[in-house]
Design a protein around this ligand. Structure first.
Ligand code: CUA
Length: 155
């Protein structure tokens, strides 16, 4: 089969570009650990209330100005619903959903996570400024979605 030279050049180029993209993506995922975490920690969404640590949602101190907040999300709220931390605190959130997919976004920060039933989501945020931070559900989860919010107060 005879192939035109231009055709060979363009085929080689496009194949080469695909290979370069795949190499970049592979390098980022495996060498730089930039791949999305998924399916790492699972939980039975029917038994969240009986499964530690979610049987006792709340905040505990785990270090010098370092806290862990175990939180459950369900239509249409967050438990615990009010969180207060001292300024400068680093907070490790451990999240799961009791029903459908919810979102966990701390407005004005980079903290933004999808919280899926059956999965445990972890996200860490350091609060360097005082004030009240709005926490929003940013995944549509039903008729009360727009009311699903809480606050984190940094004292
Ligand atoms: Cu929960 Cu939207």
């Amino acid at each position: 089969m005879k192939m035109h030279l231009d055709e060979k050049i363009w085929l080689t180029l496009s194949f080469g570009i695909i290979m370069i993209f795949m190499l970049i993506t592979g390098y980022q995922t495996f060498a730089l650990s930039m791949g999305p975490p998924s399916n790492k920690e699972i939980i039975d969404p029917q038994k969240v209330d009986q499964t530690a640590p979610f049987n006792q949602p709340g905040m505990k101190k785990i270090g010098e100005n370092e806290y862990e907040v175990v939180m459950t999300l369900q239509a249409f709220g967050f438990a615990p619903s009010k969180i207060e931390v001292p300024v400068g605190a680093t907070v490790h959130f451990v999240l799961t959903s009791k029903d459908v997919v919810h979102g966990f976004q701390i407005a004005g920060t980079n903290a933004n996570a999808m919280v899926m039933p059956g999965h445990i989501q972890r996200i860490t945020q350091t609060f360097d400024t005082r004030g009240s931070f709005l926490v929003l559900c940013n995944e549509y989860c039903g008729g009360g979605h727009q009311f699903m919010s809480t606050t984190i107060t940094v004292l």
